[in-house]
Write a protein that binds this ligand. Structure first.
Ligand code: SAM
Length: 284
């Protein structure tokens, strides 16, 4: 008998991975959590049936969500990470000795516990002494912060269920307030290819654009996310990810990365025309 994990990407499109072994299933206060093992992608985590992370392609997502802002402002010291329960974002951040503090706010402790057990590859740096873990709603956490962080990374689920609040105007406004004057906000920005995702992407872009002076979108190829094409948002009060990129400074750090390099950094902001149109026409 064959066992397959199938995710419905649209009413007419499904994506499947052959499962070698189901490893974990549980229901937290917030969502259903599953872990499977597969030959092609290694272990993978789904929340409410949606793909979150696989051992094989997580490096692409985590490189792009962390190294793009870090290469734009290498002086970043104080970071807030929202969501990110698998630990991959924190793992990449801890590679910078210049970072002094990482507050990670994950709503669901069970995700972190499960990832510590089944995803040591991503969860391996959650006990770094610079990391403080908070198990609460990121939307609420950020409300009370002012002029505190150099970088906020929103590594969330999609804009429904517990992640919904992390795509609201109120949340982006509070992130703006929580950032220092030269702060950067990076968020997972959904995808432009399938209509439902494109609508979420446009909504997020419109809301961020209303608040931040610099508001850019960049792309990466992520095989296990819907359509395999994913976007990230870069917003800032001062920094521009292209003109402020200091290639020499980042390259002199000697960090070994499997996806990110400074050419990818520059190229990832070159978007296809249909994506540019969607962004320009982003409305409620
Ligand atoms: N890389 C992934 C992606 O784009 O599919 C996201 C992975 S990470 C596991 C997403 C995390 O965000 C989940 O663990 C979820 O519990 C957390 N999350 C969702 N809503 C949240 C909220 N309001 N506050 C904090 N964390 C939240």
């Amino acid at each position: 008998m064959e066992l397959w994990y199938t995710e419905q990407h649209t009413d007419n499109v499904r994506f499947s991975i052959k499962v070698d072994k189901p490893l974990y299933s549980g229901q937290s206060e917030f969502q259903r959590i599953d872990v499977f093992n597969s030959k092609e992608f290694g272990n993978f985590l789904t929340l409410d049936g949606l793909m979150m992370v696989t051992e094989k392609d997580e490096f692409i997502y985590h490189d792009m969500i962390v190294h793009v802002p870090m290469a734009t402002n290498p002086k970043i010291k104080n970071v807030l990470v929202i969501g990110a329960g698998d630990g991959g974002t924190v793992r990449e951040l801890t590679r910078y000795s210049t970072i002094e503090n990482i507050d990670m706010v994950e709503i669901d402790k069970m995700v972190v516990d499960v990832c510590r057990e089944y995803f040591p590859q991503t969860a391996c740096k959650l006990d770094d002494p610079r990391v403080r873990l908070y198990f609460e709603d990121g939307l609420k956490f950020v409300r009370s912060k002012e002029n505190t962080y150099d970088l906020i990374i929103v590594d969330s689920t999609d804009p429904f269920g517990p992640g919904e609040g992390l795509f609201t105007k109120e949340f982006y406004g509070n992130c703006y307030k929580a950032l220092k004057d030269d702060g950067i906000l990076v968020n997972q920005h959904e995808s432009s290819y399938y209509e439902e995702y494109a609508k979420s992407m446009q909504r997020a872009h419109k809301r961020i654009r209303e608040i931040f002076t610099t508001c850019r979108v960049y792309q990466a190829h992520i095989p296990t996310y819907p359509s395999g094409y994913w976007l990230f948002g870069f917003a800032s009060k001062t920094y521009d990810p292209l003109t402020d990129l200091d290639e020499q400074a980042w390259n002199s750090l000697g960090l070994k990365t499997k996806y990110y390099n400074t050419d990818i950094h520059k190229g990832s902001f070159a978007l296809p025309n249909y994506v540019l149109d969607l962004l320009v026409n982003a409305g409620e």
